[in-house]
Design a protein around this ligand. Structure first.
Ligand code: TYD
Length: 139
């Protein structure tokens, strides 16, 4: 697999038990294949008509994002380097560490996205303005 070159990121892999008769089971275990304690999980569906989601960075929160159905493009930007990654394997996710501007786009019709987070939702943890984010990471 190719490397993620932006900071505060990397691939993560769920454990899996695939069975053509019983279906597939995917497992995320905190501090095992997920490199943090999970305090929150959320998922996104019905993205067919959506152009872009995300478009923000976090100050401290770390998350892991998975394409549990379908595919999408993850756009990453650490303030210096940018990278686009197509996620389409439900087992393979990407770490969204702190200070990593990210957006999701090009959702397939059937796309569902799972996100695991190491902290509760706090609006004060967000950079919503790209210029604020750039100022913060470049200082
Ligand atoms: P937001 O993070 O802006 O979604 P996205 O970046 O994917 O477009 O969240 C949308 C709204 O939902 C926003 O008002 C904040 C709220 N929200 C919560 O209340 N709790 C959560 O855990 C998340 C992720 C969002």
């Amino acid at each position: 697999m190719f490397k993620i070159k932006v900071k505060n990121s990397g691939f993560v892999k769920l454990a899996s038990k695939k069975d053509s008769k019983r279906g597939n089971l995917f497992i995320a275990t905190a501090e095992d294949n997920i490199p943090f304690k999970i305090r929150r999980a959320y998922f996104m569906t019905n993205l067919t008509r959506v152009k872009v989601r995300g478009d923000h960075a976090h100050k401290k929160t770390t998350q892991a994002i998975f394409p549990i159905k379908g595919s999408f493009v993850l756009n990453l930007d650490d303030g210096k380097k940018k990278q686009k990654i197509t996620l389409k394997n439900p087992e393979v996710g990407v770490i969204l560490g702190p200070k990593l501007w990210h957006s999701m786009s090009h959702f397939s019709k059937d796309c569902s996205i799972l996100v695991l987070a190491d902290d509760y939702y706090k609006e004060s943890d967000y950079f919503r303005e790209y210029q604020d984010f750039l100022k913060f990471v470049r200082k």
